[in-house]
Design a protein around this ligand. Structure first.
Ligand SMILES: Cc1ncc(COP(=O)(O)O)c(C=O)c1O
Length: 437
């Protein structure tokens, strides 16, 4: 067999550098390679395997559905699709709304934009998104993303996308003195940008409610204020919950922490929806948005929209989150994770900031100097010692995710507490041993 490193084009890497072990199995928060080496997963792979690896109820549900009906297009009905839509509307409180199923996060975001434009009667309306955000790697979502890595390949203006500064309170783009001020000024700025373009030309604001792989955790007041700014101007708010949904931020969906004051008009899901046991994404929309689309032709679709096997996995995933009390577990263990990281920060000089912890999602930002907050490497570059950190941790059986000058922690919600604490001890030792100048 040709080795994978010579036959497969791998994503987000230099092909010549790719040389990873072959993974052959997993259970809970652990997976293992063909040499029997075990790795503790501190990031749920791509922040997506929230129920851990090979969850038995999901494996069973997929097998059972495969025995009944593998596939049916949207020209026909399929029971798991209808049941999953019903459950998602129930969990989100989008009573009377509808669900459009996609294959993952990027196409969910693209479709949310299509629906917002169609429902608002602004087929080419502007979409306001944030700098330093990630919404996917298709051309449409590259335009929505505020990602310097791919900016060279697209002009967001061609797709009628405009970017605003993120609510990044550790380095507030508005020079704020406090988190609350940063949240307020960042949200107000969005209102200002809507006014600049005129509300009649803006179709939607699309953002992540709480956390993301950009490592920015919005101040508490940001999302409700953003909702106020958009609602007051009659602009749809789309919540990209691809990463933050399904307990990652301590609620079924991160906006729910703010109750009705945080309710978006549309919401995009993927990753935790099936805990990545099969590819599936979804756009949920409010009763109002659904009503506006009800008698209009929808010129869009994907062959595999609402694939029955994936929907069966989604139904089993929702049941597992519920039966195992994982949303609450994520909230409790996330608080412990944050406390542990905050005390680690007192002992480890290179840790400049620690944030998150509403659920099992936390970010550690590394700096050369705590007083000046100079990052160990300019965004989005990575310091060689952070690369060494990942390699050495992997040699010791722990898989960490990093990006730029950040360590991003998002373990499966089923991780054992002792395993989590063991990984944090290893992290502290390595951060102290490595050279950060
Ligand atoms: C917030 C967010 N939106 C969208 C996406 C894109 O999802 P997918 O890779 O399934 O297309 C991601 C993936 O990391 C994400 O984190």
């Amino acid at each position: 067999m040709i080795p994978e490193r010579r036959s497969v084009l791998h994503s987000w890497c230099v092909q010549a550098d790719w040389d990873a072990p072959e993974i052959v199995g997993g259970e809970g928060a652990w997976f293992w390679d063909d040499h029997g080496r075990r790795y503790l997963d501190m990031s749920s792979l791509a922040e997506c395997m929230s129920l851990g690896h090979q969850h038995p109820a999901l494996v069973r549900a997929i097998q059972e559905q495969a025995g009944k009906l593998c596939f049916m297009t949207s020209d026909w009905g399929a029971e798991p699709r209808a049941r999953l839509a019903e459950r998602l509307l129930e969990k989100s409180g989008f009573e009377g709304g509808r669900v459009f199923f996609s294959l993952g996060g990027a196409d969910a975001n693209e479709h949310a934009v299509k629906f917002a434009r169609q429902a608002s009667g602004k087929p080419r309306g502007w979409i306001i998104a944030r700098d330093r955000s990630y919404h996917g790697a298709s051309y449409g979502t590259m335009a929505l993303s505020g990602d310097t890595r791919t900016r060279y390949y697209i002009d967001p203006q061609d797709m009628r996308a405009v970017h605003v500064p993120p609510p990044y309170s550790y380095r507030c783009p508005f020079g704020s003195a406090s988190e609350a001020e940063c949240g307020q000024r960042s949200a107000r700025h969005v209102g200002g940008v809507i006014d600049e373009h005129a509300a009649g030309n803006v179709a939607a604001v699309l953002m992540e409610p709480n956390a993301g792989t950009n490592g920015i955790v919005a101040p508490e007041n940001y999302w409700p204020l953003l909702r106020e700014e958009t609602r007051r101007r009659g602009i749809y708010l789309i919540a990209d919950e691809v990463m933050s949904g399904f307990g990652r931020c301590g609620e079924w969906f991160a906006w729910q922490r703010y109750g009705e004051a945080g309710r978006p008009d549309l919401m995009c899901l993927a990753k935790g929806l099936t805990a990545s046991h099969l590819p599936l994404g979804a756009v949920l929309m409010s009763r109002d948005v659904a009503a506006r689309l009800e008698n209009e032709m929808l010129y869009t679709g994907l062959t595999y929209c609402g694939h029955p096997l994936a929907c069966a996995a989604g139904l089993a995933a929702l049941k597992a989150y519920e039966d195992e009390g994982l949303i609450e577990r994520s909230r409790n263990l996330g608080a412990r994770l944050l406390t542990e990281l905050q005390t680690m920060q007192e002992r480890v000089e290179v840790i400049g900031d620690v944030r998150g912890g509403h659920g099992l999602f936390a970010v550690v930002e590394l700096v050369k100097n705590r007083a000046t907050r100079e990052p160990v490497s300019p965004w989005p570059r990575s310091h060689p010692s952070l690369t060494a950190f990942v390699d050495r941790a992997r040699e010791e059986g722990v898989s960490f995710a990093t990006r730029g000058n950040l360590i991003i922690m998002a373990p499966p919600l089923v991780i054992e507490e002792k395993d989590l604490l063991g990984a944090l001890a290893l992290m502290e030792r390595l951060l102290k041993e490595l050279e950060w100048s």
